[in-house]
Write a protein that binds this ligand. Sequence first.
Ligand code: C2O
Ligand code: CU
Length: 483
Amino acid sequence: MNLRRRQFLQTIAGAALGTTLAPLMSTIGFAKPSARIKEFQFTASATQVQLGEGPDFEAWTYNGQVPGPEIRVQEGDIIRVTLKNDLADATTIHWHGIPLQNPMDGVPGITQPAVKPGETFVYEFEARPAGSFLYHSHAGYQLDQGLYGPLVIEPSRAEQAYDQEFTLVLEDWVLRDGGGTASVQRRPPMGGMHGRMHRGPAFGPADGPLWEPVYDGYAINGRVNGAIDGLLVRKGDRIKIRLINACSATVFFLRLAGHSLTITHADGNPIRPVETDVVRIGMGERYDVMFTADNPGNWLLAAYDSGLGEGRLQIPVLYRDVRREEPQTPAFHRNLRMADYGEFQALHPTDYRGGEADRIFNQPLSGGMHSSAWGINGQVYPYADPLMVKKGERVRLRYSNHSMMPHPMHLHGHFFRVINRSLPPEQWVQKDTLILDHMQRFDVEFMADNPGRWFHHCHNLYHMEAGMANVVVYENFSNSMTF
Ligand code: C2O
Ligand code: CU
């Protein structure tokens, strides 16, 4: 089956079965009588796809498409997804960024047993807060094989008005060899190990974690450059774009030629608008940006080309009624503004008070170079000590990156606040994924208000699988599931 041609403005997920009023209580007890249950049916399977041009290859998909269907609901709805596993391997779905109940978090071996081939599993959770999210498999390298999709929760409180909205899922693919399936020949790990897929980190000479593949297909919403239709805008319109980085190992620096962008949301959370020329977005991060279509012409929204191929990510932004000429590529030079985390502040001040944290965990990041392992605080998952916390505590993670590579660190089940000494704590921005550059330090804090066992890891899939992870564990939390 070929990949279905998809519109950029995805309003209704192909998988939505319909909306029902729920007169009865939900099984996990938080559904208000008036809450609407939004049901989705996802089948994970191996599917022949084609990204608009280039070869057909086998990807692992939800409902036969990459990315998976957009889930779009209202804040406060109940999302119920029935996952059917038609893959040859066990799988799960993780709802990246949503602080839901622990048993629904979709991390095999930590929050649930993986869903075996032929089995089904029902995920159900409240859609809160509003914002741009993504979902993806959390089993092995399945994220890189195509098992991800966008999740949008529309706000119940009014936000900035806009005329048109686009959701752009950013993707990295291996086209040449077939795109991230088990049979793909990937760059073998150091020491001559074979690039064979395996489950979880292991460090035997024949079974090490995989090295990052060499990507040769950068795509937006399942279409590679040249096959992308482009965003059609009207002069004078306010345009909102939800940027969702679903890549396994690619950080993008994006610029729209002819326009500056205003960042309005970071990882779903509304921030004081920050105007910028360049948006940096790491794996697992989301930014909502806006621009005013006030410069008629044909332009490209494109990634900076560092010579590694990222420049091949680009999408035309076309004004209606403008003659179709080659869209203009944005220039990248050192005088451009690039918004950084230090400029972000919460749009709505919270009641966060700051002060001494109840617990501090040093989280130095290291690895690479002469080893195929990546670690946090000198430990390599699954041999890493859990970060033990108590409900009600304020917990600080103190990151410092001693390696050569950037690491987008992601915490499940919570938003953390990025500590910013030039702002009062109630204005600290909330995120769930934060890039640490080479030699960079950041402190973040989260309220331990969501009991469970929560994975915490680098969102470079290859670093995660090579051990750059640990688990935040609440004291006295017992998972009723046995597995
Ligand atoms: Cu998208 Cu464990 O993460
Ligand atoms: Cu990393």
